[in-house]
Design a protein around this ligand. Sequence first.
Ligand SMILES: [Fe+2]
Length: 387
Amino acid sequence: MTLSAYEAKDLFQWLTDKEDILVLDVRNDKDFGRFKVEAPYSFDMINISYYDFMEIEEESVAKVPKGRPIRIVCAKEGSAKYVGEILVKHGFEDVRYLTGGIKTWGNLLVAKTVHDGDNYSLYQFIRPGKASCSYGLCSNGEMMLFDPSRNVEFYLDFAKKKNCSIIKTFETHLQADYIAGSRQIAEETGADFFGGIDFEGTQAGNKSVTDNEIHSFSNGGPDVKVLFTPGHTPGSLTFIIDNTYMISGDTVLIQSIGRPDLGGQVDQWAVLLFNTIKKVAKLDESLIVLPGHYMDWSEADTNLIFCMPFGEVKKRNAEVFSITEEKDFIEYIKGNMRDQPPEYALIRLANGNMEQYDIDKQEELDLGKNECAATAYAKAQNKQKES
Ligand SMILES: [Fe+2]
């Protein structure tokens, strides 16, 4: 048996199909601890550094169980290939290495159909490596995007396959946890790029929006209503599509709400968020929430789509939605605060086009799971997994 390659999308498919594979991550334990493959269902993964395979080959090989397909992950590709060759030499069968390394997993986007009607189609693009979601809305040969990531080629290909031209791209806010794709998509396609007041004073080149304004397609199609929902950031926006779907950015999440402390002005932003939550709570409970992030695959529905009626979201997050006093809300937020990754300041600069980074730096900044939710749920979960 010889060694062969696989791609990030193959890995996602195998893990979603619950295939009996073993994922062998050969990065060092620090990088592994910071960011690792996550999938809708539990699966077996072990971490043995490729240094160990170099230095104590026999001992390291003995730690890998035989008889199952082995899928190796490393930082760039080379060390997975190196370890794969060792395993093949030791008689392992069906061994494959990840083409392009973990960053290709980090950039992977998976398209899911949220709505497919006569008038329009709505897609959720899940980014498993970031635990984030972007969206595409197609109608009569035109497409609008919401929070596209920097995997711009994916969106351009998707639009082409759907015979659509991208006419508008929206950012729900100035993202801190990943490099956004709207600016580049606008440059490459001529689409209009819209963002809220977060972008004032930046070089992002976006057009501004007003509260309650409506965006439409050239020929019929659904209305897209812009709502100002400040708090996670001062310019956070929510989009209501066809009075049916709520693209909520990092304001309302299925688990928790977006944290208001990322800008270093927690008191001011928490007050904004308190008022926003009060305003949003009055929206129709049948609206389907489509969040910008998730904490965990357990939030997905049976079709592995991250969506939930707003009434249910409010029930799940009653702890937050039931707070009636501003001071209690601020206390709640402060009680759940945690450090933010140092990369976030640099990512904000990139998203405002205030700083330009080369591809390698962009990849480095963009890798890793988001830290956008107000509760320490994600952190607690990571601790659980490590122990
Ligand atoms: Fe965010």
